[in-house]
Design a protein around this ligand. Structure first.
Ligand SMILES: [Zn+2]
Length: 153
């Protein structure tokens, strides 16, 4: 009985020592909640754009919306409003905009969107919710609890 326990401990030590330091770090890191991990790595996302005929396609549109934790429909309306053109999501969830727009224009709009509709103006956290309430959006911060009302579109 006692010997069994000793052997188990030896096995365990062997197992642990089979990992390199990097592997152990990687394992520990992978157990962190996603929020903590993505906070360090947060960057304003960049659009992948192609021009097809007279249309501009944001290929990674769905990824951008997911990355920012925003409803793709709101982001779609935002682009349509800012560029004053029709916009729709195709079957691959790419955003198709009527007209030709350069990457710098699209990326600038994303940057403005992030600053206005994603980041908390009080504490700067990216962990917020955006909800429509009548004629306004409420930007609610999940980090500090601040609520900011913004004109809805
Ligand atoms: Zn906040």
């Amino acid at each position: 009985m006692f010997l069994d326990t000793i052997n188990e401990v030896i096995d365990l030590v062997k197992k642990v020592s089979e990992y390199t330091y990097d592997e152990l770090l990687e394992r520990a890191y992978s157990k962190l909640p996603t929020k903590v991990r993505s906070q360090e790595a947060f960057q304003i996302p960049k659009a992948e754009i192609i021009i097809v005929g007279g249309k501009t396609v944001i290929r990674n549109f769905r990824w951008i919306a997911d990355y920012l934790s925003r409803d793709p429909k709101i982001l779609q309306r935002y682009f349509a409003k800012e560029l004053a053109v029709p916009a729709y999501m195709d079957e691959s969830q790419q955003l198709v905009l009527q007209g030709r727009f350069g990457a710098h224009v699209i990326n600038k709009l994303i940057e403005i969107f992030v600053k206005k509709y994603v980041l908390c103006p009080t504490c700067g956290s990216r962990f917020t919710e955006l909800k429509r309430s009548g004629k306004v959006f409420i930007l609610k911060c999940l980090a500090c609890g601040a609520e900011t009302s913004l004109q809805a579109f």
